[in-house]
Design a protein around this ligand. Structure first.
Ligand SMILES: C[S@@+](CC[C@H](N)C(=O)[O-])C[C@H]1O[C@@H](n2cnc3c(N)ncnc32)[C@H](O)[C@@H]1O
Length: 215
């Protein structure tokens, strides 16, 4: 495993990989067995926000399927992604969606604009040295009682990975967290845990955690 803490380098390298693998990646993530679980977890986000038609930001929106679910459930969504090709996939898959190519480390939205944030499998792509700053950015753009839902990989360590069994070794940066570590990240920004559960193993494989945070 390579380790490189240079933020711009890891963000750019990871985005370039998603640009390369976008069609293949999206074919995998659009399977019904994922959608059923994810819809339930998005409904849980709606329940925690307790507001009709919440305005949500989908961070690292990938193929756009979650933006579609959010709008099917009566909310509105803006999907951001650092990968231009993933945004192109999203525009093809759910053309009614609103998408912007944007880095989660530099969120260009006005303060207190969103009722909540859905960040599925995306914050683990920034180094741990930066994740606190990313969460502060989330805090700035959500309303006072905004809720943030994140999913991430359980474990320890971080680095740029080139696994030959994963997209032919195309490099992507991953940071692994324990539940307590993720709670610390959010509590330092003033959030507490609303709920937490693991995705079942037969959905994404072992060790994918889903958590909801609020203030
Ligand atoms: C594992 S995929 C998850 C995609 C989608 N949320 C899902 O659950 O299927 C991670 C996504 O985060 C995006 N991403 C990675 N680094 C990012 C960054 N710094 N800012 C915004 N998006 C980023 C990638 O391009 C990719 O689409």
């Amino acid at each position: 495993m390579l380790v490189n803490d240079d933020l711009r380098y890891v963000v750019k390298t990871t985005a370039r990989t998603y640009d390369t693998i976008a069609p293949e990646y999206c074919r995998k993530t659009r399977q019904q067995r994922f959608l059923d679980w994810e819809r339930g977890y998005i409904e849980r986000l709606f329940f925690s926000i307790r507001q009709p038609a919440p305005r949500l930001l989908d961070v690292g929106c990938g193929d756009g399927r979650h933006c579609r679910i959010i709008e099917e459930l009566g909310g509105s969504a803006i999907g951001i992604d650092r990968s231009r090709k993933m945004i192109a996939e999203a525009r093809t898959y759910y053309a009614r969606g609103h998408y912007v190519i944007m880095d989660m480390c530099a969120l260009a939205f006005r303060s207190a604009w969103f009722d909540g944030i859905w960040a599925s499998g995306s914050i683990y792509h920034v180094p741990k040295s930066t994740v606190g700053q990313v969460v502060q950015g989330f805090k700035r753009i959500v309303k006072r009682h905004g809720v943030i839902a994140v999913s991430f990989k359980l474990g320890s360590g971080e680095g740029l990975e080139e696994n030959p069994r994963s997209y032919r070794g195309s490099p992507r940066f991953f940071a692994y967290y324990t539940k307590n570590e993720m709670e610390d990240v959010f509590s330092r920004a003033g959030f507490s845990t609303i709920a937490s559960c693991a995705y079942p193993e037969d959905v994404y494989g072992d060790g994918i955690q889903q958590m909801w945070f609020g203030r």
